[in-house]
Every structure is written in C-alpha cells, then in structure tokens.
Design a binder for this molecule. Structure first.
Ligand SMILES: [Zn+2]
Ligand SMILES: [Zn+2]
Length: 345
C-alpha cells in the first residue's frame, strides 16, 4: 500500500513524495500519527549514507481501534551476547527504524507488534517524547550505579545543557533521587523553566565541586566545563552528541591523578527503559507538554530538518494530519482534534 513520506536522496537532500511503496520486511503496517525531530535526525539528513531511506525514529502510531502506541525503534536480534545482557543498543544485528530501516517520516510504518507500547495520555502526541526519555532513563541508570554516587545520600550533580535531554535528566533526578541539582546553560532563557523547581541555575558552575557532571549539550567547550566542575574521584558522563572529530580535553595524567570516571551513554532503548519511560510520561504529562515545540506538516519537513534548529528546550515535531493518505486509511481522526492547554507551540 502506498503512502506519503519524506525520503533521503543523499547528503542534505530530502524529498516529500505522495506515493511511496516501501516497507520493512513482513512486519505489519501501522498508521503514523506524529514523529519527533531530534539532533540525530538532523545529523542523518546531512549524511551521505541514507539514500532512499525514510528517517524518523520518535514515532507515535495508532491502530484501527483508535489506540495509540509509542514505537521502540531499536529492534535487537534477541539472541546475541549484547541482547542477552539487556544491551540492545549494541546488538551486532540491530535494526533501527528511521536509521537503518524505514522510519516514521511517513503516513505508514511497518514494525513488529512487540515494539509498540500502548499509550494512555490525554494528548497521545506527547508520545514522541517516549524514545528520548527512554534513552535518558537508560543513561541515568548507568550513572547512578557508579561508586561515586552509590554511597552518598545527597550527591551534588551538575547537568550541562538545558535542552530536551538536560531537562529530562534534571526532572528525573529531582523525582527519583535525593541529589542536589545544578543546571547550567549559557542561555538564561533556557534556564527559565527551572525556577519552579529546587534547582540551582548557573551560567558557569563552581570548580572541582560536583560528584557527577552530565554533559547533555554536545556543545563546543562544554567538556572542559564538565572536567573542571567535577571534584576528585567524581564522574563525568557524556550524553550530548559531540561535534564530529571532537576529542576528550583531558590528559591521562590528570585523569589518573584526579581518579576520574568517564562514562558515556548513548541511545539505548532497552524494552525495560522504554516501559519505564511510558509510565513516567503518563505521570508527568504537564511537564512534558511544555517540551512540545513547533508543529509542522510532513510536506514541510525537508526544509525544517535541514535548516531550522528547534526552539531551545523544545522538540519540533511532524504531524501526519493533512498528509495525503490513500484508500481512506485514516481510521478515526479523533487524535487530530486534540488540543493542549497553551495552544499550538
Ligand atoms: Zn532521537
Ligand atoms: Zn542482538
């Protein structure tokens, strides 16, 4: 069955097409409701290796009965050493919808049923935040298992970067740990939301002070900030996507002398993290609503993806409402009418 989609045609080239015949193997087809746009998508859109591919991995689908689902786009083989240890993101045979296989910048997607997580949200469109939240939950799990944090009732934790990932990190740390939290960003506006919470906001954090520093921005020079802010025997976690070619600004000597732990966490949507993310989002819907940024139509995606960064701390997202579908596929347009308090952000 054909669908509307945005297809990659090589580095920096994307095209909106109204009739595409594409599927991923024999998996069932699902109606896509909406799909988020993240930094990974922007990087992929400029990479040369995706010709013919439909990107988009923060996907909300619905079925013919009007049920909504968040898609876990990482499909491990289930049999290799990494899968058996719960490290799905490192599966050697991994299939990532929107990265290695066709994703959600389309009116339809084919995906296995076990990757669809049922949503119970006032606004099902919030479901685009499940995938990034699951990655953050995975990252915090890795961080909090570190010895520097395990034995401390009130560790001082610094989050660098108040974008979507930094905000999610901070929110989870506040609700799930007893850490004392500092958030730092060079943009004062980006810190505004934190005034309502017990979060210390800084443009430049104190030196050698924090038990753990989480670098969420991927910005230039932020690892210098992280390494100077962490105290001896502390942990620095890399989470933000660094610029290509960036190296760690720390000498082996300093690393050893200060007894640092360097930790990384990449996208790793294990089924466990994904299930937790769905529950957490359901419990904190007003907070996550504030992260829903600019809404665009599928046909405007090529320009948006290539040329327009999101408003700080918000996710730009694509709605499939209004995109050409064929043979009256849209089951029940109820979700299109959903409005959120605050209107169209
Ligand atoms: Zn993403
Ligand atoms: Zn595997």
């Amino acid at each position: 069955m054909s669908m509307s989609a945005v297809v990659s045609l090589g580095a920096g080239r994307l095209k909106y097409v109204e009739r595409l015949e594409q599927k991923n193997g024999d998996w069932p087809q699902w109606q896509v409701c909406c799909c988020g746009i993240c930094k990974t998508d922007r990087a992929l859109a400029w990479s040369a290796s995706n010709e013919g591919l439909v990107l988009g991995h923060e996907v909300v689908c619905c079925d013919r009965d009007g049920h909504y689902y968040a898609l876990n786009n990482k499909i491990g083989c289930g049999a290799c050493e990494y899968c058996r240890e719960g490290l799905t993101g490192h599966c050697s045979g991994i299939c990532e919808l929107g990265v290695t296989h066709h994703g959600g910048y389309a009116t339809r997607i084919s995906a296995p049923k076990h990757c669809m997580y049922s949503l119970r949200l006032h606004d099902p469109q919030l479901g685009i935040l499940v995938e990034p939240l699951a990655c953050v939950i995975h990252g915090l799990g890795r961080l909090m298992a570190m010895p520097a944090l395990r034995g401390n009732a009130e560790p001082r934790i610094l989050v660098i970067g108040s974008g979507v990932a930094g905000k999610m990190m901070a929110h989870l740390l506040l609700h799930r740990t007893t850490a004392r939290l500092t958030l730092c960003d060079i943009d004062n506006d980006a810190l505004q939301w934190a005034q309502d919470w017990p979060i210390d906001c800084q443009r430049m954090p104190a030196a050698a002070h924090y038990h753990a520093v989480i670098e969420c921005s991927g910005g230039e020079g932020t690892l210098d900030t992280a390494l100077s802010a962490v105290r001896r025997a502390g942990v620095v976690m890399l989470y933000g996507i660094p610029a290509a070619g960036q190296t760690l600004p720390v000498s082996s000597e300093t690393f050893l002398d200060r007894e640092l732990t360097l930790l990384a966490s990449r996208a790793g949507c294990t089924p466990t993290a994904f299930t937790q993310a769905v529950r957490y989002l359901e419990q904190h819907q007003p907070f996550f609503s504030s992260m829903m940024g600019k809404k665009i139509r599928l046909r405007h995606l090529p320009d948006e993806l290539l040329h327009h960064p999101p408003r700080p701390g918000t996710r730009t997202w694509v709605t499939m409402a209004g995109a050409a579908t064929h043979a009256n596929e849209m089951p029940d347009p109820a979700w299109q009418k959903t409005t959120r308090p605050g209107g169209d952000r």
